[in-house]
Unconditional design. Sequence first.
Length: 116
Amino acid sequence: VQLQAFGGGLVQAGGSLRLSCAASGSIFSINAMGWYRQAPGKERELVAAITSGGSTNYADSVKGRFTISRDNAKNSVYLQVNSLKPEDTAVYYCYADDGSSWSRYWGLGTQVTVSS
């Protein structure tokens, strides 16, 4: 199983990006999908998650600015990030939870850099 994330980049504060992540390979059912991020010198933190039924969960720091969505037919998860702040600068990692094996698969990460 492979997850490929893309959509990161360098933006000015207040800008927006759309992160995408697609799972491929031998994965028969996906439960939750989501995004973590890790800034330099900090621990990885959960940004947003979405269940197969569409229920969402967000970190307090991104509520109202980030929106997670998914396309179950494409095994894909998206993160619309708006009103970006310099403190959002981090590598963003997507994940997918396999409902058959209870394994969690990770993407390699995509860098988001927000300049002030």
